[in-house]
Design a protein around this ligand. Structure first.
Ligand code: PLP
Length: 447
């Protein structure tokens, strides 16, 4: 057993995110102790290959000394600087500029947050302000996708379409609307073109239903992550982006998971060949070494808000916006993606990962394998022809997670029988092979 005292302290006092509090009291905690590359070691000395980069975030992998040094240097020199009162810090300004240079189109303005949820909240607030500044304050309705995840703050959880984030919380708000996901594996449409056309039609219909002059924005993930790694057909993002432009509403790409090499390029939007009006990011921005998220604003959105406010304050900000230590981490992580070859390695390993997982299609439980780059899913079914989901048993995700853990593998096990993969971009070929081999063991044990 782990040091009992720590388990007891955790059990008695620590509330875990998205957990059954009662089950956690019984099961206790598994303590992670250290990490190197794609591997973590628990407090018992068990080594596990982390096929999920913590929570889709440790893109650079564990134990990067240069990131630790960047953070330490900044902590010694200036651990904190507020952005209020016209103050700031060098790493924050440099990181904003480096990011603006790399984002597609004229997404030139960056607002830093502490993570993804508050990036989404910030985007919603900026959008409301934008339409107020344009003289259209009645545009206060937002649309997102079924199976979408946009965070766990009250506003983000309402845009999210996963019931567990709504039940008991009085969400979603009446101004938060959903349209069907593209979900190719479970879509009745038979071609990519039909799936895309259906989503475009659904968005147009929803806007017409709400009122064409009432809708502010549509939020979408380039690949739906927490809904089960659902990859839209190629061209879906572009079609939705263009539809938003035609409808006069803003298009927000929520790249909290897909950003920073997860699907190949720095932002998935560049691969989709689009410039969203706003983009939200987090996770890979600092590779999980320090908390940070961001919202990127196009020139048009930024200038409209700035003009609208004039000399008045735009009243949105956090104590830890643009935290200098997180920004210093972000700068070093960005260097590793490029000069350190992480993006390139991630692209090569992403191909190996998908090849490997596709090799599991012969398994009786595997209904679908999908992904892009280092982001993938295996959807399990009991009948491949009928695509019958695994039977709903209590906490099936947790049991499959346990099986993986016992076999030295960390993956995400979604409750509806989907296995999620998001390994660090630093993975070696042997790491990827270990993930795939151990996944086969998990599938065999789930039969
Ligand atoms: N948006 C998306 C697409 C996410 O996947 C997440 C987290 O997984 C969030 C927002 C919320 O980010 P955070 O957990 O950093 O608040």
């Amino acid at each position: 057993m782990y040091a009992n005292s720590i388990v007891e302290l955790d059990r008695a006092h620590l509330i875990h995110p998205v957990a059954s509090w009662r089950s956690h009291e019984k099961a206790g905690v598994r303590l992670l102790q250290s990490g190197k590359g794609a591997w973590v070691t628990d407090a018992l000395g068990r080594q596990l290959v982390d096929g999920f980069s913590g929570l889709w975030c440790v893109n650079a992998g564990y134990g990067h000394e240069s990131i630790v040094e960047a953070a330490t240097r900044q902590m010694r020199e200036l651990p904190y600087a507020t952005g209020y009162f016209g103050l700031g810090s060098e790493p924050a300004a440099r990181l904003a500029a480096e990011l603006a240079e790399r984002t597609p189109g004229d997404l030139n303005h960056v607002y830093f947050t502490l993570g993804g949820s508050d990036a989404v909240d910030s985007a919603v607030r900026f959008i409301r302000y934008y339409f107020g500044a344009k003289g259209e304050p009645q545009r206060d309705q937002f649309i997102s996708l079924e199976q979408g995840y946009h965070g766990s703050t009250t506003v983000g959880a309402g845009l999210t379409a996963l019931p567990v984030f709504h039940n008991g919380f009085g969400l979603p708000f009446p101004w938060q609307h959903k349209i069907a996901s593209h979900y190719p594996y479970r879509n009745r449409a038979t071609s990519d073109a039909e799936i895309i056309a259906a989503s475009v039609a659904a968005l147009k219909a929803k806007v017409a239903e709400i009122g064409p002059d009432r809708v502010a924005a549509f939020f979408a993930e380039p690949i739906q992550g927490s809904g089960g790694v659902i990859v839209p057909p190629h061209g879906w993002m572009k079609a939705m982006r263009e539809t938003c432009r035609d409808l006069g509403i803003l298009f927000v790409a929520d790249e909290v998971i897909t950003g920073f090499g997860r699907t190949g390029p720095l932002l998935a939007s560049s691969e989709d060949d689009i410039v969203p009006d706003l983009v939200t990011v987090a996770k890979g921005l600092t590779s999980g070494y320090a908390p940070m998220g961001a919202v990127f604003l196009t020139e048009h959105v930024y200038q409209t808000i700035a003009d609208g406010a004039g000399a008045s304050l735009v009243g949105h900000g956090f104590t830890y916006s643009a935290h200098p230590v997180s920004a210093a981490v972000g700068l070093e992580v960005l260097r590793l993606y490029e000069e350190g070859g992480l993006l390139e390695n991630g692209r090569a390993m992403g191909v190996r990962l998908l090849d490997g997982l596709n090799g599991l299609r012969d398994h009786p439980l595997v209904g679908d394998v999908r992904g892009r780059g280092m982001l993938a899913a295996v959807e399990m079914v009991t009948d491949k022809e009928a695509k019958t989901p695994l039977p709903a048993v209590a906490e099936p995700g947790r049991r499959i997670f346990d099986r993986a853990w016992d076999n030295g593998l960390i993956i995400r096990a979604f409750a509806h029988g989907v296995l999620g993969f998001a390994p660090p971009l630093c993975c070696t070929e042997a790491d990827i092979d270990a993930i795939v081999e151990r996944t086969r063991m998990v599938l065999d044990l789930t039969l």
